[in-house]
Design a binder for this molecule. Sequence first.
Ligand code: ZN
Length: 185
Amino acid sequence: MTEPTGIPDENAAQAASGPHAEEEVTLRCNRCGKPITARDAVLTPTGYRCKECVRGQQKAFDTTQRLDIVFGFLISAVITFAGSWLVPRLGFITLLVAPGVGLLIHNAVRAAVNRRRGRTLNQAVLWGSIIGALPLVIITLIPLLTISGNIVPSFNSALPLIWQVVYSVMTASSAYAQAGGIRVK
Ligand SMILES: [Zn+2]
């Protein structure tokens, strides 16, 4: 049986992960054909590639301009921040609303940057939505800290904070997933 190129055999994988791993050339980049070591190989959906080719691909994929990153961050932060004020009234409905806020962020950013896309933009959206949710997380956290001097905060008193955190995590991951950030990584 012949091994298809670009896929390491078991011995090679073992040698690379073992304590006496040697920098043996065991793979070939399936794009440029350059021999690569197991350590330098990057597994892509289409097979193993060298780092140079992966970097080249990412550059070609990234069409963003510098200002897009700023817009992406600000739009995500503002929408997430605005939405976070609704969370105390929403309660468990937050679970349904947060993914929608993520979608809204994605569409707003996409329109603002003229549908350009890129890895840095995805990260700007992710950080924007995390930071946008932060003020209300902190505001709901403070009363808990001040009353917990001698009493352990009850589940009910911690609930507003829990919803804010849930909102923050769901909105950020939804906005990031919409942008393809999770898949592209
Ligand atoms: Zn290559």
